[in-house]
Design a protein around this ligand. Structure first.
Ligand SMILES: Nc1ncnc2c1ncn2[C@@H]1O[C@H](COP(=O)(O)OP(=O)(O)O)[C@@H](O)[C@H]1O
Ligand SMILES: [Mg+2]
Length: 243
């Protein structure tokens, strides 16, 4: 019997318009993209081409103007706010470009926040936060404040917070832009190790060519559209050299 492999993410005919009248911006102009289960998909393209808008829409943070996105078969935009928050809280991890950490809280509390919002009891949330922090190599800093950390360490806390609930889909917005080369490589290796495998997927927005080699496929975006999807990072780099 043939089993239909479900996609991790499917977006069809996605458009997004910000503002109205003379201040109108067409951020997405008809996006069709599929992210397979088990893969690392990178989204690359010039600043302003719609990368952040696309991942925010597929993660249910923004509503599209037209079209739809399914995440493991669920259309987030059809859910009520409450259902959507709950779905995101258990299935999606989002690493924001600005780490969005809370300076007055400890590392452990920062990482535990998504669980507390889901109603997980405090002690259990903190235990899981410690486990996630250990995975990113910060198990010895759980009680420190995030303000005492380097950029690379803050990025790792943001990743711990995105993986603490064991999400099926992890979405990261330029996760290495503030990091030196070695730290950046470690961060992506770490993301790969926690985010790939059966029933999972990892989407990384980046223009850091040093991490392209971690991609299974690369989607090249420009002007609110996916221009082309490359089946390997070598294909993408070859096309870049020729252009
Ligand atoms: N909240 C917003 N309000 C108005 N315009 C926006 C908003 N967010 C993004 N844009 C515009 O949409 C376009 C795409 O932005 P974005 O998705 O952030 O691009 P990228 O992440 O590729 O740099 C840009 O022209 C940007 O100025
Ligand atoms: Mg962006």
């Amino acid at each position: 019997m043939q089993v239909q492999q479900q996609s991790a993410v499917v977006c069809r005919g996605l458009t997004k318009v910000f503002g109205t009248g003379t201040s109108e911006v067409q951020a997405l102009r008809g996006i069709d993209i599929e992210v397979r289960q088990g893969e690392v998909m990178m989204l690359v393209g010039p600043s302003g081409c719609g990368k952040t808008t696309l991942i925010s829409t597929l993660a249910g943070v923004l509503n599209p103007s037209e079209g739809e996105c399914l995440v493991f078969g669920t259309n987030l935009n059809r859910l009520s706010d409450r259902e959507r928050t709950r779905y995101r809280g258990s299935n999606i991890g989002f690493v924001f470009q600005q780490f969005n950490l809370i300076g007055s809280l400890s590392l452990r509390e920062n990482v535990g926040v998504p669980l507390l919002l889901q109603g997980v009891p405090y002690s259990e949330a903190m235990r899981k936060a410690d486990e996630a922090l250990a995975k990113v190599g910060l198990g010895h800093r759980t009680e420190d404040r995030t303000t005492s950390l380097s950029g690379g360490q803050q990025q790792r806390v943001a990743i711990a917070r995105a993986i603490v609930h064991g999400p099926k889909l992890i979405v990261c917005d330029e996760p290495t832009s503030a990091l030196d080369h070695v730290t950046g490589q470690h961060v992506v290796e770490l993301l790969r190790s926690v985010a790939t495998g059966e029933g999972r997927a990892l989407i990384i927005v980046t223009h850091d060519s040093r991490i392209y080699r971690f991609a299974d496929r690369i989607a090249q975006m420009d002007d609110g559209k996916v221009q082309r999807i490359y089946e390997s990072h070598q294909d993408f780099l070859a096309a870049e050299r020729l252009s």
